[in-house]
Ligand binder design. Structure first.
Ligand code: ZN
Length: 316
């Protein structure tokens, strides 16, 4: 049997057919064009799934169901997207509407949850039962897997580790509070810090890399300057790692998972990022070396985690 996984993002709808070995055997995508009504996006999702099944020459009876990873706050039991900033959706009965067009069992969960379960099924946390994955992008998404299952709290809106406070009365966060982990550890936050620092320290290599245009600064420029021991970049990265490290230590103290996974563009830095985080965590986790200390590891499936994880919702 096969399952279909849909990674529904603000930019693209990605659909994959996943086999029993967690391999994606066929893949297709189309732009979400999120300014449209939810109806039109859902119609596109159904058409993409149908045409992919046809293209892969799979008998529709061999598809056991469709899983969807969706950004935002999701009522997974009733299949309703309560709110999604990326899609501009509010109270969309996603499963019911898609089911009118696709007569398969359909499941939905938050995209960060799907990415985490994808890594457990086939990626950097394969066969582990307890992991926490942080996605460091525009925001900080979190997926918590406990005893092999997605932990989303008792009700929608739980398990949002990005919106726990790191600095009381700190930086404004997108959620309306101040000082959330997201406001210090997201890729957006790293760039914000860099802009603030480069404005104050005009001798930084980063200013050279962005050719004087602060709006062009990206995460890679900061790490490139860090590699060249640019003092400003070293300070930015050291601070970034200690903020993220504090957040991860809190997560370990609560969940003590087998592993912490990180994903998002920043993770392309690999061990430049994970080695100092590992050291930070070893130093500050509760109970020190008396307790098991999980490694901080880069997620390995990149963009495919969402599809594999969404398809895996059918097995949960
Ligand atoms: Zn927040």
């Amino acid at each position: 049997m096969y399952r279909v996984g849909i990674d529904l993002g603000g930019t693209n709808i990605k659909v994959g057919i996943v086999d029993e070995n967690q391999k994606i055997i066929a893949i297709a995508s189309s732009p979400t064009m999120g300014k449209r009504s939810a109806n039109e996006v859902i119609k596109d999702m159904a058409n993409l799934v149908k045409s992919l099944i046809k293209k892969a020459e799979i008998n529709s009876n061999d598809i056991s169901g469709v899983g969807i990873g969706c950004p935002g706050t999701i009522d997974t039991i009733n299949g309703i997207v309560l709110y999604s900033n990326n899609l501009n959706w509010e109270d969309v009965p996603l499963i019911d509407e898609l089911h009118e067009l696709l007569q398969y069992p359909i499941r939905v969960s938050n995209d960060a949850n799907c990415a985490a379960i994808g890594e457990v099924k086939a990626g950097a946390a394969k066969d582990l039962k307890n992991i926490v994955m942080l996605t460091l992008g525009t925001g900080v998404g979190s997926g918590i897997i406990l005893d092999g299952k997605i932990f989303e709290g008792g009700h929608p809106g739980g398990a949002e580790l990005g919106h726990t406070i790191l600095v009381k009365d700190g930086r404004e966060c997108t959620c309306g509070r101040k000082g959330c982990l997201e406001a210090y550890a997201s890729a957006t936050a790293l760039i914000q810090t860099t802009k603030e620092m480069v404005r104050k320290h005009k001798n930084s290599l980063i200013l050279k890399f962005c050719k004087g245009d602060l709006e062009k600064i990206d995460g890679k420029m900061v790490f490139d300057a860090f590699e060249q021991e640019d003092e400003v970049a070293v300070k930015i990265i050291d601070d970034y790692i200690s903020y993220l490290g504090e957040g991860i230590v809190d997560i370990i103290n609560v969940f003590r998972p087998d592993r912490i996974l990180l994903s998002g563009g920043i993770c392309n830095q690999g061990k430049t990022l994970t080695n100092p985080l590992d050291a930070y965590v070893k130093k500050y986790c509760f109970a020190g070396e008396k307790a098991m200390i999980p490694n901080v590891t880069k997620a390995s499936l990149l963009n495919n985690a969402g599809i594999i994880g969404a398809a895996a919702l059918l097995e949960m």
